[in-house]
Design a protein around this ligand. Structure first.
Ligand code: GSH
Length: 345
């Protein structure tokens, strides 16, 4: 009996210690960001529309703005941020090694990454799928026709792209030689020079590369989409508080669009009596940020500086950009799309 009591006390002590340790870990990234005064975000630097450097050397794009939104949520300033350009293959080590606080680099959420990368995926910010691009002069107009050709297919190493195209080649019994590159610019050069007959990537990447190529009309993105590529931000698995902040910042952007709150009209909402708006913006005695350990008005900072989800999308990818990407499945659920945020309450 005595041994049982001692054993139970020991077990309880171990439980308290382990939860205590977990609590000490939780929030350490947020603390690190506050101490440093800036968030470090891993991004793409060669993908116009999503992550690229402009002539002034500043990072910009849809994925970049997701990083900026998290910086605004934690530090109140979308510019309190440093960017680390990463190739696809560099992503897991940069995240695991603490070189970056988070990643927002056209990264697909998969089971193996969710577990083996020691990562937590935030909400999907862009629902994508994999496509294939060929030169119009090649004369092929669909996947079945391409499957009949003996070709060199090019892709980026360390991506889901590489894995999916192998599945597709097997399924079609195609005689394709797969050639992989670390760097997407190198693929483009090889493709332009004729060393790749076709190249494959997320459709958004293909649209981006086609639109920014010397002669966009010379390339065709085949109509078939061969995979699901839910792209979104990623953070280390050992800080649930930071992951929550990312999650609710993204959902805040989506909710703001749902409510029609924009960077231009947010002032009109600051004395809103609508309970849902009050919870999103942390008005009155609403404590949205308190749950997360950040300012209650964190979404005011985010929306004022970056706009809502739709504004971010339109700024980088929408009808007034060279990409002119339709919202499609990336529309709000109320418009028949897949964007659906959990409630702020
Ligand atoms: N979403 C895929 C692909 C991500 C990726 O890195 N794609 C390459 C192209 S396949 C890329 O973004 N390269 C930069 C570019 O497109 O310019 C993944 O997470 O593995």
């Amino acid at each position: 009996m005595k041994r049982l009591v001692v054993f139970s006390i020991l077990l309880m002590a171990m439980f308290v210690m382990s939860t205590g340790l977990a609590a000490a870990q939780d929030g350490h990234i947020v603390e690190r960001i506050r101490d440093r005064g800036e968030l470090i975000c891993g991004v793409n630097s060669v993908l116009p529309g999503f992550g690229t450097q402009n002539d002034a050397g500043e990072f910009e794009g849809f994925d970049v703005d997701i990083c900026r939104a998290v910086a605004a949520a934690i530090l109140g300033d979308a510019n309190a941020i440093a960017f680390r350009p990463l190739t696809a293959a560099e992503r897991p080590t940069a995240l695991a090694g603490g070189e970056i606080d988070m990643l927002s680099r056209n990264t697909t959420w998969t089971l193996s990454r969710d577990t083996e990368w020691g990562a937590t995926f935030g909400p999907t910010t862009f629902y994508d799928g994999q496509g294939i691009m060929v030169k119009v002069e090649f004369g092929v107009t669909n996947l079945a026709e391409l499957g009949e050709e003996s070709i060199t297919m090019c892709a980026t190493a360390g991506t889901t792209t590489e894995l999916n195209i192998t599945d597709t080649a097997d399924r079609l019994n195609a005689d394709w030689e797969l050639s992989t590159f670390q760097d997407f610019d190198a693929i483009m050069d090889a493709y332009e020079a004729g060393a790749c007959d076709a190249f494959t990537s997320d459709v958004s990447s293909l649209v981006s590369r086609k639109a920014t190529s010397a002669d966009p009309a010379a390339h065709l993105i085949l109509p078939e989409v061969i995979s699901k590529e839910p792209l979104g931000p990623v953070s280390p698995q050992n800080d649930a508080n930071f992951a929550d902040i990312i999650r609710w910042t993204v959902w805040g952007l989506v909710t703001a669009e749902e409510f029609g709150i924009t960077s231009m009209n947010i002032g009109d909402y600051m004395d809103s009596e609508d309970a849902g708006v009050g919870r999103l913006l942390g008005l009155g005695d609403n404590v949205a940020g308190d749950y997360l350990g950040i300012s209650d008005g964190f979404m005011v900072d985010v929306i004022t500086q970056l706009g809502n989800y739709g504004e971010i999308y339109d700024r980088w990818l929408g009808p007034d950009t060279i990409f002119g990407l339709e919202r499609g499945v990336n529309a709000l659920w109320t418009d028949g799309g897949l964007l659906y945020a959990a409630p702020f309450r």
